[in-house]
Each structure stands twice: as C-alpha cells, then as structure tokens.
Design a protein around this ligand. Structure first.
Ligand code: ARG
Length: 565
C-alpha cells in the first residue's frame, strides 16, 4: 500500500472471503484509504494490486465492486502449506508466542451438596479452555475452588455425628448427599437442640476442634470423591491436586482483613469490616459496599476470593487468571477484581477475566429442573445421556458387540451433552434438548464423531495405516482446496479461542471442517479404480489430516472419538 502512495495509518483490512467466488482472501482497505485521499477507490485498488508481490502465493488477483481486492491462492502454495501441516505435531497451533502462566478457576462446586446441572457449564467450558491454552503452549494451573467451608457445615457434621452414632458407615450415610442435606436441614428446622448444636459446631470447627475437624474431613473426602467420579464420567481433566478449596485460605483471612484496614481501604461499618468502592458506584453515586468480615467475626465469600487471588498472583505467579462462573456472580467478581487491584494484590499487567455464562434451561424455557421441580443431579443426567445414546447406536449399528457398544454409547452420550453446551455462545442461556444434541445431523457431537469414523473406515477399506503413510498432498479440485484452507485455519482459530474464551468458535470450526470434508468426500473419489495412485495418496493425505484435526479439536473440547459407531 505504501508503494501505491497510501499513508501508513490506513490498514490493509485483509479478511477471509465470505464466498469462494470472492477469492480466498479479500483486502478491503482501498475504500477507506481512497476516502481519506479523496481519490477513486477502484483505481487505488488497481494501484495496490499492481504493487502486490504474491508470486507463488496467489494464482490470480482481481478487483471487484467499488474496490475490493480478491486474492485467489495458488493450489501449489496451499499444497505446500498443508503438507507442512501434516508433519507438524501441533497441527499449526502457534507456538511462537510468549508462554504465560494462566490460572483457570473452574468447576468449583460447593461440597455441601452433590454436583447438579448448575455445575456443568463451568466444569466443561473451563476444561475446554484449560486444554486449549495448554495445547498452544501456555503453563496452565487449574484451580478447583471448592466450597468446603461455611455455616452449613455445622449442620452437616452434627447430622453425620448422629448417623455414625447409630453405627452407620460414613459412605452409606453420605451415599446420597442431596438426601442427606435435606435430612440435616429438616432436623435443623424442627429440633432446636440439634440446631443449637449445629451452630456450636460451626464455631468449634472454625476454632480447629479435633472432633469437629474429623467429622468435617470425613464429609469433605466423600463429597470430593462424588465430584471426582463426575469428572471421570465427564472426561474432564481436573485432578485431585487441582483442588484448592476455600478452607485452604483460612489462615490468610485475618491478616488480609488487617492489611486492608492498614491500607485504610476497609472501615468499620455497623460492626462489620467493609470496603466501599467508588469505582463501582450505583447510578446515584453510592459506592459499592464489599463486606469482608461480618460483625460476628465471620468471613465471607469475597474475603476468600481475595485471599485466593493474592495466592494466585504472588505464589502461583499468574500472568492471567480466568474465572468460569455463572453470570449471576458478575458483581461479586467485579468487586473482587477492583479491590484486589486497589490493594496491590495484583500487579497491573496481570489480566483478571470473569468469563460468565448463562443458564441451562429446560424445554419450558425455565431453568432446567426435574419434573417435580427439584435440581437435576449431574450424575443422573449423564446416565440418561448414555442410555439414550445406547438406544440410538443399537438402532444404527446392530452388529456392534455389546462391549464396544457400551463404550461407544458412553462417548456419544457424554460427548453430546458437552458439545451441546460448548457449541452455544457461552454468555447466553440455552435450552437443553435431548433430541437435538443426539442428532447425527447438524452441529452436534455425534455428527462430528461420525465424520471421524467415516474417515477411519476409508483407511480400513483402503488397507492403509492412517497414522503412518507419507503424506503428499497435491491440490487440484476446488473441494480439496476448500478443505485444505479449513485445515490451515486450525491454529489461528485456537488463538482466538484462547484469547476470548469462547469454545463455540472451536465447535463452529469443527463443524465447518466436517462439512468441508463431506463435500470433498462426495466429489473427490478416493478408492475408485480410475483414480491414479498419486491422486489417491494425495486424497488420503487430506483424509488423514482431517481426521487428526477433528480428533484433536474434539479432544480439546474433552470429547472422545472412536473407530466405528
Ligand atoms: N463455589 C461457588 C459456587 O458454587 C463457585 C466458586 C467459583 N470460584 C470462585 N473463585 N469464586 O457458586
């Protein structure tokens, strides 16, 4: 553009073309530059095009409309690129950026109850981001900020004590945490002696009383095990060592409040310690209050989050912290971020990001519930998903032996639930729909898993080992070209996902890729006799690369593939 006499401030505005007839890329900068220079945009575009040096890259360049420059890439150039991609273990993911230490806070259920559908989104969206960030070369530290502390635990351990007192085994008593919680709650509401004991136990627990600690420990261990079973079922990468629960910060809370008082940020207000944040004032100019210690001395959710953020910055040395938490906690996160920065817990260049998400809705458009209005346990939901997938698979492929069928049903059922969630724009609510998510057509996990099995079956029929033959792709047909272009976008798309924390971009990409593959597969025969050996090898190369990108992309979403289904 400089050679065409255009000032430096004018961007080239290069974008991927919306339609193949507009070339593969479009440079749209001529129009804005022409406006600035008060000249004819089409002529300017012609000047730019005349100065472009795309020898060996573009096959031809044309000017369209008022001054769009359409660039058609040369098939040989794409062939070279895609062959290089095939020998790259990272499939084109950029590895040249500065690796960062990224803390990802996700799942983080409260241990007083069993994990329910409300925990699904944080768990799987956070996991997808952790995987993507790791894949592109960052150091990811997962933090499962489990809620294992607070007033309910007095009631729960008092209840547990009674069950153990009559000889019940802890695993049995806590087999169903939901039922147990209800029992404890009813007990608390109708029996004032029990209620007093429960209140006393909270205080004793927090003071470090041995007996209360032991009961609490027992409760937490079993509840954690419930969650960890869900993580395995869900194919979520959280490990036991990623758990850093609220109680881990107990000892930090008193000094933290003192520090905020010393800094004159916290002030005494009606017996409580409160920080008033003018940065988050309401529309009448009243500063936003954050209580960090109650008048009775107890600490709050915000206090623990402040301690956690300080630990993540100072001990874990985070460059960036991502929180995957329900949108309803947006104000809480804003308060914590603002206060943490003000107090100097977080260096200015550290990025703090709350990636909020909407609610999972039932078919009636209201938050997803059981028929009688209760919360749906995640465990139950996943069992139903597997069961539904199993029936579908049985109908589709009756020859599959029972063992294999069970494995496939698990991958398809779990994959469908996860993908249905991940493929929706995170920030919106969405309606949970079994039939849509388990469909073999459209933007679903089964469609993508099926596309993968199709490719693998081509190799079986060709008698080729998909993983080890040399790839020598030569682009001839336009379908091959479109497929190759998609494959080449994998790395760039991952950077986008990592930057914005929107996994649906990866889902959309995989869906487009699978569609481009299907178009290629329909129009470009591979195993037919009249196909030359060179052509067959080239097309099998595209197949192999497509399978790798599909499997890798799905794996980054925490979704498994299989050889047949
Ligand atoms: N335990 C909280 C809940 O269930 C979520 C915690 C999210 N993480 C955090 N650092 N606040 O609502």
């Amino acid at each position: 553009m400089t050679a065409a006499g255009i000032p430096d401030q004018c961007p080239a505005s290069v974008a991927i073309s919306a339609r193949p007839e507009f070339g593969d890329f479009q440079a749209n900068g001529a129009m804005a530059a022409a406006r600035l220079m008060k000249t004819a945009p089409r002529n300017l575009a012609q000047d730019i095009a005349a100065n472009l040096d795309l020898d060996g890259v573009a096959s031809h360049i044309e000017i369209a409309g008022p001054g769009f420059i359409n660039i058609h890439l040369a098939n040989d150039f794409i062939g070279d690129q895609v062959n290089a991609l095939a020998s790259d273990a990272k499939l084109g993911a950029a590895t040249d950026h500065q690796p960062e230490t990224v803390v990802v806070d996700y799942s983080s259920p409260n241990l007083a109850k069993e994990m329910h559908v409300g925990h699904l989104r944080s768990t799987i969206i956070g996991d997808a981001l952790a995987r993507v960030l790791e894949f592109i070369g960052h150091k990811v530290i997962r933090q499962n900020h489990m809620g294992d502390w607070g007033t309910q635990f007095g009631m729960l351990i008092a209840e547990l004590e009674e069950h153990l007192g009559v000889g019940e085994k802890p695993e049995m008593a806590l087999n169903d945490l939901e039922v147990f919680y209800q029992q404890a709650k009813q007990h608390f509401d109708r029996d004032s002696i029990f209620a007093d004991k429960a209140r006393a136990y909270v205080v004793k627990l927090q003071a470090g009383d041995r007996h209360c600690r032991d009961l609490w420990q027992m409760f937490i261990a079993i509840s954690e095990a419930h969650s960890e079973q869900i993580y395995r079922d869900l194919n979520v990468s959280l490990k036991h060592t990623d758990i850093r629960p609220e109680s881990a910060y107990n000892d930090d809370l008193a000094p933290l409040v003192q520090e905020l008082r010393d800094q004159k940020l916290a002030v005494m207000d009606q017996g409580a310690q409160v920080v008033f944040l003018p940065e988050l004032a309401d529309k009448n100019g009243n500063p936003s209050p954050v209580i960090i210690q109650k008048s009775g001395g107890g600490y709050l959710y915000a206090t623990t989050d402040l301690a956690a953020i300080r630990y993540r910055c100072q001990t874990l040395k985070a460059d960036r912290i991502l929180y995957f938490i329900d949108a309803r906690q947006s104000l809480h996160m804003k308060q914590v971020f603002t206060l943490a920065r003000k107090a100097g817990f977080v260096r200015p260049r550290v990025r703090l990001e709350h990636h909020a998400f909407g609610t999972m809705m039932g078919p009636d458009g209201k938050p997803f519930k059981t028929r009688d209005g209760g919360t749906v346990k995640l465990h139950q939901l996943l069992l139903e998903a597997i069961d539904r997938a199993d029936r579908l698979i049985a109908a589709k492929d009756p020859d599959l032996n029972p063992g294999e069928r069970a494995a496939v049903a698990r991958k398809v059922g779990i994959g469908a639930v996860k993908y249905a969630d991940l493929s929706k724009t995170r920030s919106n609510d969405y309606i949970f729909n079994w039939d849509a998510m388990l469909s073999f057509e459209g933007n679903t996990a089964p469609y993508l898993q099926y596309a993968y099995t199709r490719i693998r079956s081509i190799f079986r029929r060709a008698g080729f080992d998909a993983d080890s033959f040399p790839v020598a792709i030569k682009i001839v047909d336009d379908r091959e070209k479109q497929l190759a272009l998609r494959l080449l976008q994998f790395g760039e798309m991952l950077d986008q996902v990592a930057a914005d924390a929107y996994p649906h971009l990866l889902c959309n990409y995989l869906y487009d890729l699978a569609s481009a593959f299907m178009a290629f597969y329909e129009h470009c025969p591979i195993l037919k006799e009249e196909i030359s050996e060179i052509e067959r090898q080239s097309r099998l190369g595209l197949c192999r690369l497509s399978a790798s990108v599909l499997a890798t992309g799905l794996d980054l979403l925490g979704i498994e593939v299989m050889e047949r289904m």
